[in-house]
Unconditional design. Structure first.
Length: 202
């Protein structure tokens, strides 16, 4: 489990295609400081399992399902990525509950700078729109954010200076893709209420 509080900006060392999968190597001194085989690290919001860790870099295998649902396949050597280790049970939950299971991708539509912040508008896939509500939580490239406004096909977030400085969202330009993970609680509520309604009607 993750919280969407990015620990550091890492850098892609290599992305090696392997047919219907890929092997990704990322440099990040903070997240690799205690990383071992089998540990979980979120890369731009995608939960990956450490296959190898050496020095300040780690390598993970990326399966076809992940490549299909996320933007990881578009990474190149030198790409900056948001990194977060799995949360420990004794830590504060600073963001919101995240699984690192990306639901789909959107893209940056516009950026509106303020004096000390920016409002960023992003596209919203139709199949995810029902889970996104104003003042609710959403993960964008692994960053826990509050939805400032939402329409049928887009939503907006306000980025504070810390987010602009310490995550990839400060650099993403219109047209660039982002990974989206909606609130898992909303998905469970939807399934439970649907099952309850079906049981009542039966």
């Amino acid at each position: 489990m993750f919280t969407g509080i990015v620990e550091e900006l890492g850098e892609v060392v290599a992305l090696e295609p392997r047919g219907d999968s890929a092997r990704l190597t990322v440099r990040g001194a903070v997240v690799t400081s205690d990383a071992g085989h089998g540990d979980s690290i979120a890369v731009n919001g995608v939960c990956l399992t450490v296959a190898e860790a050496e020095g300040d870099s780690f390598t993970a295998d990326v399966m076809k399902e992940t490549l299909d649902r996320s933007s990881l396949g578009a990474l190149r050597p030198g790409s900056r990525v948001n990194l977060e280790r799995a949360v420990r049970a004794d830590q504060r939950l600073g963001g919101h509950i995240m699984q690192g299971h990306v639901d789909g991708t959107g893209e940056v539509l516009s950026r509106e700078p303020g004096e000390h912040w920016e409002i960023v508008r992003l596209s919203l896939p139709a199949n995810l729109a029902r889970y996104v509500v104003e003042k609710g939580s959403i993960a964008v490239d692994g960053v826990s954010l509050t939805v400032a406004a939402v329409t049928e096909d887009s939503f907006s977030v306000s980025l504070i200076p810390t987010t602009l400085d310490l995550t990839t969202l400060g650099r993403k330009q219109p047209g660039e893709p982002v990974n989206l993970e909606v609130d898992v609680i909303a998905k469970y509520v939807e399934k439970l209420t649907a099952a309850t309604a079906k049981g009542v009607s039966a």
